[in-house]
Design a protein around this ligand. Structure first.
Ligand code: AGP
Length: 602
């Protein structure tokens, strides 16, 4: 996720762009930049926080009445000056800011390089100004060149384009990444999100999929690119406060991030491509495999362990990072995949260094480009879920799981466990999973709120699962503990009778994570054992799962995904329940007591 802004009007653009970027910083804060137009393109950009860059380079003193700006959350290429946006073509006449991921940038870059274009960054974005300039050189106009360039691009994008020869014009396009027009008097804006527009105007026009907009100071015209149709859309009046707007209109970042999971998983799957393939080769070369992580990332590691066993017949040990050096050895035949959202968790870094000291190899799966773990790893993979502001990890969990699913499918095919058709079918279900997650979220919002209301006074909650339902239960319990302070304990269904059953009394709430698959029948027997002790059974299950319905007092249904994809949807009602419990108990889910987003001490 990145933030983009554009301005064309009668005032000096740069101070307005800076003000807008300040309000978009929650979308990315590892680098920033601006380009304005006066006679020629003026560009200033660097790695670092927006305010530091402003102090160092004076972004706001750039001249001109037209300009674009960007705050970056790196996905391709580490945070650095040359990777920061805006990106330019060879002639220095076309400047582009971009939010999204270009999947086919490597192919396009090779083609353009053969035609003589010189690239200076490691980003996927840089192909865009070069492509536009390629069509401009062929004599096409600006709008047509942007349209043709976008036609070549696969992936997600929201772009703003500035062209030195047309100083009173700004072009924007939206595909899968948000983009809005803001209309003022004699001035027009483009932005990724409403907060950036609020200091200047409340009259907003959201772009729809595959739409292009051409802005001048006095007008804006929209066109649907595939059909070529002009689109008439009137501005709507936004009534948000600035704080509400920063959270996308949601009361908390936690809720915003829970609800943006379908988007985040889509980005993860779009961006993984060649990288996931490299990771599968990396892991296959090892004789002993470990997935290490802490908290939520550890739970994703356990999901990964189950997936690799089930889909590829591969044995992986999932280890809590802080215990790795105590319990695991290694040598040149050992490989670790370090799973860490922040890439800064001290326990993970220690585990990784421990294995390296023994001669083992390290790959990482992280969300933060250039983070410490990337410097300790021979292979670096990214989930590309966008910045996660809330202390509790939500969207990064499902993105980690989606990445591990993709990896397991590749390894499954490689190992011969999955034949071509099976892999293809699972892959197409995985690619369609954001739609199912969307449905699961929609149907769970009110159900979990009602359930939370009944549970506000509870002191203990148990979550049970078998198979892939077990790590999902662990993650659900962690969410409940972190933000609602209700004691929640997760168990593998089979372990109940070995002790915890003794704690269940009449009315004790228990949530069964009843994922489909071979182990579900045995979980149903566990449900009966618990019901016989008076437990109140709540179950997360696939809609229309009659068997679970018979054994539970209350059902939280999710759409049918089949066993392997189930962690992506089954966790959603649990996250929402934790959120509603937190709010219902008058707590602030964004700021859980005693916890930090990134734990940099051992
Ligand atoms: C998750 O909700 C927690 N805040 C925490 O357990 C977190 O997952 C853990 O600290 C690991 O962080 P990392 O993924 O950045 O390494």
């Amino acid at each position: 996720m990145c933030g983009i802004i554009g301005y064309v009007g009668t005032r000096r653009a740069a101070p307005l762009l800076l003000e807008g970027l300040r309000r978009l910083e929650y979308r990315g804060y590892d680098s920033a930049g601006m380009a304005t137009l006066e006679g020629k393109l003026w560009v200033r950009k660097d790695a670092g926080k927006l305010e530091e860059i402003e102090r160092k380079l004076g972004l706001s003193s750039l001249p001109g009445r037209t300009g674009i700006g960007h705050v970056r959350w790196a996905t391709h290429g580490s945070p650095s000056r040359r990777n920061a946006h805006p990106h330019l073509d060879d002639s220095g006449e076309v400047a582009v800011v971009h939010n999204g991921i270009i999947e086919n940038y490597l192919e396009l870059r090779r083609v353009l390089e053969r035609k003589g274009h010189r690239f200076v960054s490691e980003t996927d974005t840089e192909v865009i100004p070069h492509l536009i300039s390629h069509f401009l050189r062929r004599g096409e106009g600006l709008e047509r060149s942007v349209e043709r360039a976008v036609g070549e691009l696969k992936g997600s994008l929201a772009v703003a384009v500035l062209y030195a020869r047309e100083p009173e014009k700004l072009v924007g396009v939206r595909r899968s990444s948000p983009l809005l027009v803001g209309k003022g008097n004699g001035e027009s804006f483009l932005a990724s999100d409403i907060p950036a527009l609020l200091p200047f105007t409340r009259r907003v026009v959201p772009l729809q999929e595959e739409e292009m907009v051409v802005l001048t100071p006095s007008s804006f015209s929209l066109r649907h690119l595939p059909s070529g149709r002009a689109v008439a859309r009137k501005p709507m009046e936004v009534k948000w406060t600035a704080e509400m707007a920063e959270k996308g209109g949601y009361p908390h970042f936690t809720l915003k991030e829970i609800l943006e999971q379908p988007w985040a998983v889509g980005e993860t799957l779009r961006g993984a491509g060649e990288e996931a393939e490299k990771l599968s080769r990396f892991l296959l070369r090892a004789e002993h495999l470990y997935f290490v992580g802490c908290g939520t990332s550890y739970h994703a590691a356990v999901v990964g362990k189950y997936l690799l066993a089930k889909l590829a017949g591969l044995q992986v040990e999932a280890v809590v990072a802080s215990e790795f050096s105590e319990s695991c050895g290694g040598d040149g035949r050992t490989a670790v995949l370090a799973i860490t959202q922040s890439g800064e968790t001290a326990d993970v870094l220690r585990a990784v260094r421990h294995l390296r000291s023994l001669g083992g190899r390290v790959a990482c799966l992280t969300n933060v480009v250039g983070s410490s773990v990337t410097r300790e790893s021979q292979l670096v993979c990214y989930i590309r879920a966008g910045p996660e502001v809330s202390v509790v990890a939500t969207k990064t969990f499902t993105s980690q799981v989606a990445y591990l699913l993709l990896l397991s499918l590749r390894l499954g095919e490689e190992s011969g466990r999955l034949d071509r058709t099976e892999k293809k079918e699972l892959l197409s279900s995985l690619l369609a999973s954001p739609g199912l997650m969307e449905r699961a979220l929609r149907s769970s919002l009110t159900r979990t709120k009602a359930l939370a209301r009944k549970m506000l006074e509870e002191e203990h909650l148990y979550l049970v699962g078998r198979g892939l339902g077990y790590p999902v239960a662990m993650e659900g319990a962690l969410k409940v503990k972190e933000i609602s302070y209700l004691h929640a304990e997760a168990l593998a269904g089979g372990e109940l009778k070995h002790g915890t059953l003794a704690l269940l009394e009449k009315g004790t709430p228990v949530i069964a994570v009843a994922v489909p698959g071979e182990s579900k029948g045995r979980l149903m027997s566990n449900l009966e054992e618990m019901r016989a002790r008076g437990a109140r059974m709540i179950a997360v299950a696939e809609e229309r799962d009659r068997e679970v319905r018979e054994h539970a007092d209350l059902l939280l249904p999710v759409p049918r995904t089949g066993e392997f994809l189930s962690p992506l949807t089954f966790i959603l009602p649990l996250q929402l329940l934790a959120y509603h419990l937190s709010v219902g108990r008058k707590l602030d889910p964004d700021r859980p007591r005693s916890l930090a987003k990134s734990v940099t001490v051992e």
